[in-house]
Design a protein. Structure first.
Length: 372
């Protein structure tokens, strides 16, 4: 068996025609074939020169003529082969350039489509809150009877919800513009993260309440102080909390949790100790690398995220399509700016951000902030 394989390899090695076909070159453009052809031509030329010259010239002259012809044929063979080699190399490089150009064009088309989709989503996300506010105002104006305190309260809650969504979107647009220009700078200083997280939860409780969602916290008491940019962390928490509120139906619950993790392999034990609610397990890829860090987890029991969308979730201009959103209504679920901003900020703090989710059950967005 080995002998037959070895013989086949030798045959393939000397099968010039097959080699040319495999390389995708016609015979007259294939260096291997032309090398063989010019070699045979040189041998034939020398043989013909010897036969003809031996009839008319003495042996010494014949030898000289054969030498001259041989030299000329070698030079011609070299020039032909070198020319063909360069042509072949140029064709290969051109082919690679065409492939690279095709890939670049495909990427450009994809990015153009993403930006067009993003513009559509942006217009929708900016228009929807304004439409909601306008409708509420029109309903209040059309009421002939005195407006009850409950109606006023419900209306103001709805307006607050719409305005908060629009304000968060506009802030995200400004942040993205700063990132793209390299103007979003991180200024760290020693601070209490528990205070920042608690304040953000209080800021969004009214927004959650207006949608009928419970927003609560479960923060460990031993969280150490660390250096971070308070404004930047506010943006991360705001985007993750607003995102959770958006995709959690009425009657749902969102829990913001935080623990100190000395070592990554202790997370499972610590999560159980503090009664942490999340869809993450110790086998998740980023968990072992989290150590000497504060781990913040935002868990909701909303609609969840399809597994095939998780990898693209933190890309700029990406959106999540779920069976409960775009597919049914044809309305985009969001611009995806908030998550890309959150990722950039956490990475600037040398932390890790990721997500785990079960479709139909909920999602857990989590990030780490190193304490050293």
């Amino acid at each position: 068996m080995e002998n037959s394989t070895s013989s086949q390899k030798r045959i393939n090695h000397i099968n010039v025609v097959k080699q040319c076909k495999e390389e995708g070159f016609p015979l007259w453009e294939c260096p291997n074939f032309l090398f063989l052809f010019t070699g045979l031509l040189a041998v034939i030329s020398m043989g013909a020169t010897y036969i003809l010259a031996s009839y008319y010239f003495p042996p010494e002259v014949v030898i000289i003529l054969i030498g001259v012809v041989s030299f000329i044929m070698v030079v011609i063979s070299y020039l032909v082969n070198e020319g063909i080699r360069r042509i072949t190399q140029s064709k290969k490089e051109l082919s690679k350039s065409n492939e690279a150009l095709s890939f670049a064009l495909a990427e450009a088309r994809r990015e153009k489509k993403m930006r067009e989709d993003f513009t559509t989503m942006l217009v929708h996300d900016l228009r929807s809150p304004l439409e909601a506010v306008r409708l509420i105002i029109e309903l209040l104006q059309e009421k002939k009877k005195p407006i009850s305190a409950k109606d006023w309260h419900d209306s103001l809650m709805s307006i607050n919800h719409s305005v908060a969504n629009m304000l968060n979107l506009i802030t995200n647009l400004l942040d993205i513009a700063k990132f793209e220009r390299g103007k979003f700078l991180i200024h760290k200083h020693l601070d209490d993260i528990q205070k920042v997280v608690t304040l953000q939860i209080e800021n969004f409780k009214i927004l959650a309440l207006s949608k009928g969602v419970k927003l609560s916290s479960n923060l460990a008491s031993n969280l150490p102080s660390l250096s971070f940019d308070e404004y930047a962390l506010d943006r991360v928490l705001a985007n993750l909390i607003v995102n959770a509120i958006k995709f959690t139906p009425a009657g749902g619950e969102i829990v913001v949790q935080a623990i100190y993790v000395p070592k990554g392999n202790e997370i499972k034990k610590l999560a159980e100790q503090y009664g942490m609610k999340w869809f993450v397990n110790s086998s998740s890829p980023f968990i072992p690398s989290i150590s000497h860090s504060i781990l913040v987890v935002i868990t909701d029991n909303g609609i969840g995220i399809p597994k095939d969308k998780l990898d693209k979730l933190f890309l700029t201009f990406s959106q999540v399509i779920t069976t409960q959103g775009t597919v049914k209504t044809g309305i985009p679920l969001g611009t995806g700016l908030g998550l890309s901003i959150a990722k950039a900020i956490i990475q600037a703090h040398r932390g890790i951000i990721s997500v785990s989710s079960e479709e139909g059950k909920g999602s857990s967005f989590y990030f780490s902030l190193p304490t050293a």
